[in-house]
Design a protein around this ligand. Structure first.
Ligand code: FES
Length: 100
């Protein structure tokens, strides 16, 4: 079996910690597994806690989910904000968030 393509995720708010993940990985799951530090509560698109900013690589994020629209305005989305638990990435990204 071919190894899954790997990408890197940089957690800017966590001293620019860089970790590797499979292409198509869920941002929050990567953060939890690698101790990236993105805040979260529900993990299911309900609480809004995992709001983060894609500093670099927004083009690698998949399409915005309906659940995200409950927490993010169009302006937020245009500015590069996403809900980590609802976002899957297909290439390198750098993300930041407001420390809670
Ligand atoms: S962790 Fe609750 S919305 Fe993402």
């Amino acid at each position: 079996m071919e190894a899954a393509e790997r990408i890197s995720v940089t957690f800017a708010t966590n001293d620019n910690k860089v970790v590797q993940a499979d292409k198509g990985a869920n941002l929050l799951r990567v953060s939890i597994r690698e101790k990236g530090g993105v805040p979260f509560k529900c993990g299911g698109g309900l609480c809004g806690t995992c709001r983060c900013h894609i500093d670099v690589g927004i083009e690698h994020a998949d399409k915005v989910k309906p659940k995200e629209l409950k927490h993010l305005t169009q302006e937020d989305l245009d500015a590069g904000y996403r809900m980590a638990c609802q976002t899957f990435v297909s290439g390198d990204v750098t993300i930041s968030w407001v420390k809670k």
